[in-house]
Design a protein. Sequence first.
Length: 148
Amino acid sequence: MKNQIACSLVLLFVFGSMLAGCTTAISPPPVGIETEKEVSLPLTAEKVWYRTEKVRLLGLAYEESGSITVSENSVEFTHEKGKIKIPRESIQKVVWGKLSPDITNDWVIVHYTESGKGAVAAFKGAPFSGGGKESKIYSAILHIMKAK
């Protein structure tokens, strides 16, 4: 009986999450977090999490961990398995908020085009490794978007 109840609760959670969809909650930085007034590029931050909209419902909140560099021309994320490069011209918008199904963490979410299709890359300072780099990353990406 207890197993049936536990299974039912898990299924209810999964079904509810599917109904909610994998969308972003567009919002300014969380209360008490200021964007950086002065931005010095290139900005490099180590121990950063990366994910897309396709992260699994159960498991880690991120897909890769590595370093991010924001320069005048691009956002580059380097990790153990390779590199993701987002040219400045392809960035459509950047928001700071939740990215489903992760309801705990706030991410710097970059919406961009890749091969003519919309794509999403989200970044967050790894919380247990010094974290707290989001305001610098967010501010740097906003800075290069304004330079378009």
